[in-house]
Design a protein. Structure first.
Length: 100
């Protein structure tokens, strides 16, 4: 019985050391992903904010056009592109919600 307990204890020590080594490797691998994941997290936060307050975005665009009318066409073009991107992301988000 003591032999079995000794083998189990040795196996446990080995498994604990393996888990520690794997955690260290995973930590090093994830360190390079941290900035990318932070950027993605900020993008999601902006998306959620714009989704919650779309009138604020439209108002900011209107103010920008009023302050610089000569650049209005370029701003409207970018605004249209942003709106299309927003709608696409919103549709993608809704599709992902329905798959859960």
């Amino acid at each position: 019985m003591n032999g079995d307990l000794a083998r189990i204890a040795e196996r446990r020590r080995w498994l604990v050391s393996q888990a520690a080594a794997q955690r260290q490797v995973l930590s090093q691998e994830m360190a390079q992903w941290k900035p990318r994941l932070a950027l993605a997290d900020r993008g999601i936060a902006v998306y959620r904010y714009v989704r919650r307050y779309p009138a604020l975005l439209a108002g900011a665009g209107l103010v920008a056009v009023l302050l610089r009318p000569q650049r209005g066409a370029a701003l409207l073009q970018r605004g249209l592109l942003a709106w299309q991107l927003f709608v696409s992301l919103r549709k993608l988000g809704n599709d992902l919600k329905t798959r859960r």
